[in-house]
Design a protein around this ligand. Structure first.
Ligand code: PLP
Length: 405
């Protein structure tokens, strides 16, 4: 009997954050080996809790969320998101230009599906959050990568971005604060990027899901304010800042000259309607999340758990004979690299497998984030600082063994 063949579109799609290494880690766990998992930015798995006022809002509205809701999302929630974006300086945003989805993940797909024709090109960062590449490819587009190199603090070079533009380029994606690198983009850089989008009539897509997770005085600049009349989609959500990944609530808002984006807005609405609505119950957490007391700063300020975890990682790298790191300024990850002068031949995938099998530590190889010939790996800052200190002892053992071979 002929096998059932999956779509060939999938052959270039990868998501190794939950890929083969994770499956190997699960097998090891099933054999009774405890694994230190540093692969996913899932706060609740590391003992962080969703703030009680979000939970309570949902519990109180359970019986009011049994029907399908508006395809773009709960009115109260969309109004709060539009208020937030306007307060941040976004132009042209109102409730009709806000879409709530089952996580930012769903909206990344919808935003690209509404835009792309086969062969259209999308400018993506390398490293990227791999869903952006996957959604581009699955919607018929072609990723064109601009580099965010560690020696430049993982910031992009606007000249390189502009050099990649062709007549097929439709959109420019930014991730700020960045996953996987933790880079936070300065305003002057965003101004240059907006000017490029304006010159070439590109749609800006800015994934700002880590907008309030900032360290050591880093300042987040919302892209929509800088973009002004240039069409821009800004993404945010409950998963990270509000530690509610499982609620599956994200949003996107469309800013800029409304006349230029009217048709695109309608296409977004049609795609939203095709899937009826996002999880209605969880959307009740949006208003308390955006209008209640902020809860993330206690974790990112000195003495807070994320701040101390980040410090443990920076110290772990500083004490290492092999590692280097552009310290993360935001988000939930570090993206250290292995120094070429200490370990000239380095395979990130082989390293990650060895770290898992010999030391029971699961990280994500840099190549998973669409970096060619990566010497890097990503780990999350979510474990307890002591655990991260132990992780660096184990990493050093593996790198020393590789260097001795
Ligand atoms: N965008 C980035 C940059 C992410 O890191 C993630 C999750 O890790 C997502 C989007 C997806 O988030 P959500 O849980 O809202 O689907």
């Amino acid at each position: 009997m002929a096998p059932i063949k999956p779509s060939p579109h999938l052959s270039n799609v990868r998501y190794e954050i939950r890929g083969a290494l994770t499956r190997r880690a699960r097998e090891m766990e099933a054999e009774g080996l405890p694994i230190i998992k540093l692969n996913i930015g899932n706060p609740a798995r590391y003992g962080f809790q969703t703030p009680p006022h979000l939970r309570e809002a949902i519990a109180a509205k359970l019986t009011e969320s049994e029907a399908y809701g508006h395809e773009q999302g709960l009115e109260e929630a969309r109004a709060a998101i539009a208020d937030l974006q306007r307060a941040r300086g976004a132009r042209g945003v109102d409730m009709d230009r806000v879409f709530i989805g089952n996580g930012v993940s769903e909206l990344i797909d919808i935003s690209l599906r509404a835009l792309l024709q086969p062969g259209d090109e999308v400018l993506l960062p390398s490293p990227d959050y791999p869903l952006w590449s996957a959604a581009t490819i699955l919607n018929g587009g072609r990723p064109r990568y601009y580099r965010c190199l560690p020696e430049n603090g993982h910031l992009p070079d606007p000249a390189e971005i502009e050099s990649l533009i062709t007549p097929r380029t439709r959109a420019l994606v930014l991730i700020n604060p960045n996953n996987p690198t933790g880079a936070v983009y300065p305003r002057a850089l965003l101004e240059q990027i907006v000017a490029i989008a304006a010159r070439h009539r590109l749609l800006l897509l800015c994934d700002e899901i880590y907008d309030e997770i900032l360290y050591d005085g880093a300042v987040f600049q919302p892209l929509a304010e800088v973009a002004g009349d240039v069409p821009c989609v800004s993404f945010g959500g409950l998963s990270k800042v509000h530690r509610a990944c499982g609620y599956r609530v994200g949003w996107m808002s469309l800013s800029g000259d409304p006349a230029r984006t009217a048709e695109y807005r309608d296409a977004l609405q049609l795609l939203a309607a095709l899937r009826l609505c996002a999880n209605a119950t969880a959307q009740w957490a949006v208003v308390p999340a955006l209008q209640g007391a902020p809860t993330i700063h206690a974790l990112t300020a000195p003495g807070g758990r994320l701040h101390e975890a980040r410090r443990a990682v920076i110290e772990g790298v500083a004490a290492s004979d092999y590692l280097e790191l552009a310290a993360p300024e935001g988000a939930l990850y570090a993206f250290p690299g292995v120094r070429a002068d200490r370990l000239p031949v380095f395979d990130d995938g082989a390293f990650a497998l060895r770290l898992l099998e010999q030391e029971s530590v699961l990280v994500v190889p840099g190549a998973s984030f669409n970096v060619p010939a990566s010497r890097q790996f990503r780990l999350t800052l979510l474990p307890q600082p002591e655990e991260l200190r132990e992780v660096f002892v184990r990493i050093e053992r593996v790198l020393a063994a590789m260097a001795a071979e």
